[in-house]
Design a protein around this ligand. Structure first.
Ligand code: HEC
Length: 125
């Protein structure tokens, strides 16, 4: 068995630091855990667009967006919504590896806002 030398303790410390840092999306869940959830008058400009900018465009934009899906504009989001993949991915169970986003947890308020906006016809309002 290996002795717990200073060098090994140092390695363990580095491992713990690296494994806890993760990516910058990790704390966004807390940012959105609020007391009130505004579900009336959900709009693209005030609600949905900021959510997508925070949680989706990190991967779904640019010259080679994930899955070839560019969510950086209203039209890109709308066509994904129309194909129903958008709603399916966002509403998947947390345990499903296909759930979007893969690197953060959307709180129930955000998911509800997205669903209401889609149910309203995903308007550019
Ligand atoms: C960390 C990177 C990352 C983030 C953030 C992310 N996605 Fe994805 N997304 C992927 C990858 C990679 C795929 C392709 C693999 C797969 O199908 O799961 C994908 C696939 C998809 C698909 C399926 C596209 C298709 O045509 O099959 C949809 C829809 C989608 N993402 C929506 C979203 C939405 C909505 C968000 C934000 C709420 C989001 N993604 C956030 C990486 C990401």
């Amino acid at each position: 068995m290996k002795r717990l030398t200073n060098k090994n303790i140092f390695r363990i410390l580095i491992f713990l630091i690296v494994s806890n840092t993760g990516c910058s999306y990790d704390n966004i869940e807390e940012k959105y855990n609020r007391d009130s959830c505004e579900l009336s008058n959900v709009s693209w400009n005030d609600d949905v667009s900021p959510i997508i900018n925070n949680f989706c465009v990190g991967c779904h934009q640019g010259s080679s967006p994930s899955a070839g899906l560019d969510l950086s504009s209203y039209s890109g989001v709308k066509s994904s919504v129309d194909q129903e993949t958008f709603s399916i991915r966002v509403n998947m169970a947390r345990s499903n590896p296909l759930k979007m986003p893969p690197n953060a947890v959307l709180d129930s308020c955000i998911i509800e806002q997205i669903n209401i906006w889609i149910a309203n016809g995903a308007p550019e309002n």
